[in-house]
Write a protein that binds this ligand. Structure first.
Ligand SMILES: Nc1nc2c(ncn2[C@@H]2O[C@H](COP(=O)(O)OP(=O)(O)OP(=O)(O)O)[C@@H](O)[C@H]2O)c(=O)[nH]1
Ligand SMILES: [Mg+2]
Length: 589
């Protein structure tokens, strides 16, 4: 047995060959994927008497590494259990990064979705919001999307940013984002849901300023998470490696820095931080020391102190990240030069990019015949993983699975994950995976292209080095969002609250709530028709063979799940890699 490093951080255990059998209640599980195995709160656990996992950490691991479990022999259990309980204690006390929830009891959220037009985009946005909200729920072990009844309650509300007419747009209220009618409608629903099922927080699927967030929290009497905050929180919950955890913490710090608010601390004193029912104050206005005006400056105001603390932590994180990245970069270079089938030659790297949940990891796994972590949830992959693949011509390449993008990707995450995303910028070729079954596939495609541009991938590189892979063509003709227990028929009225189907009775209250909306429906229909042209459902058969986008990027339709089109894709990739970076039309000519 070998112990290295600090006990609370990482414990490396040499796990012997343990008896392998069906897990029994009370057994301690240890992963045995290799002789040296990392034991952390997420990869060791007990089985309860009813057969379920004792904690979500263990469940997390069990989902992720379906192979390689062993059951410890009885005499070793007491020893191991002490170690494991130590980790459980550490893990169970951990909290969210942005919003202080107990990781053992992720928050129950009410999703507030501002309306977007046309309806198909609203459907897609709402589905995404629900998936984001249930990402934290999944930590409990429930898979909300498998069961519509477990979807969080949601409300469709008037959007100040995308009203039905140009006149209504840009009416975002600087102090509270929404209009007073909408705020009141949400408040009513918060009270109803709270009294029935309990409610911890409200998730607004939009980007809010600190002041807007604080005022909404006051109006609704609940903590409010905006899109950026929730995405960072989900990254935090899914981060596994040291680098990912450091990067997420950095993103959370960047987010918090711009949102320092005054709040009651545990001892009742008002202090600065990020929390519910806090008060935004200016740096000078209410500082505990330093006086006012030109005589200020003696000592440090409270907000300065908090900012300094954040900056110091940020510097520490950056130093730690630098070290972790240096090691990873050395490994990467070694792998490129010698590792996978090379004779000292650098293998071409193909970065697999795309919207989150498009099927990137599934594709890399299928092409390389290896097992990467695949899950039907947003941001399943946070660390780049590389696998080698031999193309039909005999040329070997490295496929690099990457973190997924999302529309309105928080800038804090882009900055923090800079090094991870650098792999994409440096890659020789890009394989852009698109979920062709998504109702807003085209919007997702554009969001990814925009994100790629923002991290430094030039348009020229996209045209010369990219292949578009339209995945999930087995689903493209179905409409998955319709079967998710989401009801949208009633969106023509005012703000509506919809609960998951099992609870809907008596809760659909479009007639009872007041509305900010003073529009006639004429404008809606016209605009929807105009836009609908651009958002036609995809016809799967269109893409089963190679075709070209208008900008010259080759696109091909596949289904990883049904193994359709994978051979064609390899042939296309082969052509592209052998020809080198040039527009596909030139390769064909
Ligand atoms: N129906 C269908 N499902 C697929 C296909 N390819 C992948 N999936 C499913 O899509 C879900 C997401 O797959 P992943 O490979 O984890 O997606 P990803 O793009 O790596 O997602 P992130 O890492 O979260 O960004 C999983 O449930 C897969 O089983 C396909 O061709 N057809
Ligand atoms: Mg993935």
């Amino acid at each position: 047995m070998v112990f290295r490093g600090r006990v609370t951080a990482t414990l490396l255990l040499r796990v012997g060959q343990l008896a392998s059998s069906t897990p029994k209640a009370g057994s301690l599980l240890l992963p045995t994927t290799s002789s040296t195995t990392q034991l952390s709160p997420r990869n060791a656990g007990f089985i309860r008497s009813n057969g379920s996992w004792r904690s979500h950490h263990a469940l997390f691991f069990s989902q992720k590494h379906k192979t390689g479990w062993s059951i410890g022999h009885a005499p070793t259990i007491t020893f191991w259990s002490r170690i494991v309980s130590l980790f459980h204690t550490t893990a169970c006390s951990s909290q969210g990064l942005i919003y202080n929830y107990d990781s053992d009891r992720p928050p129950r959220l009410l999703v507030v979705q501002p309306r977007t037009y046309p309806q198909i985009i609203l459907k897609a946005n709402l589905l995404e919001a629900l998936r984001l909200a249930s990402s934290l729920e999944e930590l409990r072990g429930d898979k909300a999307e498998d069961d519509p009844e477990k979807l969080p309650p949601y409300m469709l509300v008037q959007s100040p940013e995308s009203g039905k007419s140009r006149k209504r747009r840009k009416r975002v209220r600087a102090d509270a984002y929404f209009g007073s009618g909408t705020i009141e409608n949400v408040r009513t629903q918060v009270v109803v849901i709270e009294s029935q099922d309990g409610l911890d927080a409200v998730f607004v699927n939009a980007t809010l300023t600190a002041v807007q967030q604080r005022n909404l929290e006051r109006a609704w009497g609940k903590p409010v998470l905006d899109r950026v905050g929730l995405i960072i929180e989900i990254f935090g919950a899914h981060a596994e490696t040291k680098e990912a955890r450091l990067q997420v913490e950095l993103a959370a710090l960047n987010y918090k820095k711009s949102r320092l608010v005054r709040m009651p601390s545990k001892d009742g004193r008002l202090t600065f931080g990020m929390d519910f029912e806090a008060e935004v104050v200016s740096a000078r206005g209410r500082g505990s020391g330093g006086g006012r005006g030109f005589i200020s400056g003696a000592g440090e105001t409270e907000i300065q102190l908090q900012r300094r603390r954040i900056s110091e932590r940020r510097d520490r994180l950056l130093t730690m990240l630098k070290e972790v990245r240096r090691t990873r970069s050395l490994h990467r270079d070694a792998r490129r030069k010698h590792g996978m089938g090379g004779h000292g030659n650098r293998l071409p790297v193909v970065a697999v990019v795309g919207y989150t949940n498009a099927g990137k990891s599934s594709l890399v796994s299928a092409l390389s015949r290896s097992k990467l972590y695949i899950d039907d949830k947003l941001f399943a992959t946070l660390d780049p993983r590389s696998r080698s693949v031999t193309l039909p011509s005999g040329q070997s390449i490295i496929l690099s699975d990457t973190v997924g993008f999302i529309a309105d990707l928080p800038i804090q995450l882009v900055e923090a994950f800079h090094a991870t995303l650098e792999e994409v910028v440096e890659a020789d070729f890009l394989m852009h995976v698109i979920d062709s079954s998504a109702p807003n596939a085209e919007e997702q495609r554009l969001a990814v292209l925009q994100a790629l541009e923002s991290i430094g991938v030039t348009k020229e590189k996209m045209q010369q080095c990219m292949i578009e892979v339209w995945n999930k063509i087995d689903l493209a003709s179905k409409s998955p969002s319709d079967s998710n227990g989401i009801k949208l028929e009633e969106i023509e009225g005012g703000d509506i609250c919809l609960l998951p189907e099992a609870n809907v009775s008596g809760q659909v209250s479009s007639g009872e709530v007041s509305s900010d909306d003073d529009e006639t429906t004429n404008g809606v229909i016209l605009e929807e028709e105009e836009n609908a042209e651009n958002h036609k459902e995809l016809d799967a058969s269109e893409y089963t063979s190679l075709s070209w986008c208008s900008d010259g990027i080759p696109r091909i339709g596949i289904s990883v799940r049904e193994s359709i089109g994978l051979k064609n894709l390899l042939d296309l990739l082969d052509k592209k890699v052998v020809a080198g970076p040039k527009p596909y039309a030139e390769i064909e000519a």
